[in-house]
Write a protein that binds this ligand. Structure first.
Ligand SMILES: CC[C@H](C)CCC(=O)Nc1ccc(S(N)(=O)=O)cc1
Ligand SMILES: [Zn+2]
Length: 248
């Protein structure tokens, strides 16, 4: 992006100086209050059909760890839930803290999770991703909370899954229960083009896996080490938006 932007607190409050949308009325993330969410019986279940062969690369862009997928055709798609039509999976990435007690972007009943996984999909009826960003129904992001499992007292050996055959639907928790609301990118330019689908059930990751995330650096090779942690935006004003729940 032309203008650099940063996460440390006071800097986030200044994003709007170069990215006016950051002060919009539909910004993300938000605080989810489960008691204020409205159970909507009309909400249908969401379905993902992902092709593991669509996974291409994993990269550290200095702001997050991102896995990109081939989205040149309807190869890995998300449909149903609050969405109409099939949305193409473009990339997934994470936001995490410097310790297990914070790191997620959305906060649920005051609970911050250690990390939050975002699976970013776009609506092909808008031609391409850049076009989809300009539409309020252009993008759908599935947000999945990560909490550190208790079983971490006993060291578990993590398996390395090759990314060429990586099926992201393995990351989905058992329950498909979700909250949905209309919001924005949580990083500049903060377009308000996102239908958020936040899964209620977090998935468990080991302390080793969290430590792996925290071992990534913001800096490039042969530069002073600058740990890539705390890459989360704080909750933004709800401004009267309704959060719907797919469950009672
Ligand atoms: C304007 C073009 C844009 C920089 C293209 C790159 C991109 O995909 N950005 C992006 C995607 C998802 C989120 S989030 N965290 O899921 O809301 C935040 C930013
Ligand atoms: Zn994100």
């Amino acid at each position: 992006a032309l203008h650099g932007w940063f996460y440390d607190c006071d800097r986030e409050a200044r994003w709007h100086e170069n990215y006016p949308l950051a002060k919009g009325d539909n910004q993300s993330p938000i605080e989810i209050s489960s008691k204020d969410a409205r159970y909507d019986t009309c909400l249908s279940p969401w379905h993902a059909s992902y092709d593991p062969g669509a996974a291409k690369t994993i990269l550290n862009n200095g702001r997050t760890c991102r896995v990109v997928f081939d989205d040149t055709f309807d190869r890995s798609v998300l449909r149903g839930g609050p969405l109409s039509g099939a949305y193409r999976l473009r990339q997934l990435h994470l936001h995490w803290g410097s310790s297990d007690d914070h790191g997620s972007e959305h906060v649920v009943d005051g609970v911050k999770y250690a990390a939050e996984l975002h699976m970013v999909h776009w609506n092909p009826k808008h031609g391409n991703f850049a076009g989809a960003l300009k539409q309020s129904d252009g993008v759908a992001v599935v947000g999945i909370f990560l909490k550190v499992s208790e079983i971490d007292n006993i060291k578990t050996k993590g398996k390395e899954a090759p990314f060429q055959h990586f099926d992201p639907s393995i990351l989905f928790p058992k329950s498909r229960d979700y909250w949905t609301y209309h919001g924005s990118f949580t990083t500049p330019p903060c377009e308000e083009c996102i239908t958020w689908i936040l899964l209620r059930e977090p998935i468990e990751v080991s302390a080793d896996q969290m430590a792996k995330l925290r071992s990534l650096s913001k800096n490039g090779e042969n530069e002073p080490v600058n740990p890539l942690v705390d890459n989360w935006r704080p909750p933004q004003p709800v401004k009267g938006r309704i959060v719907r729940a797919s469950f009672k």
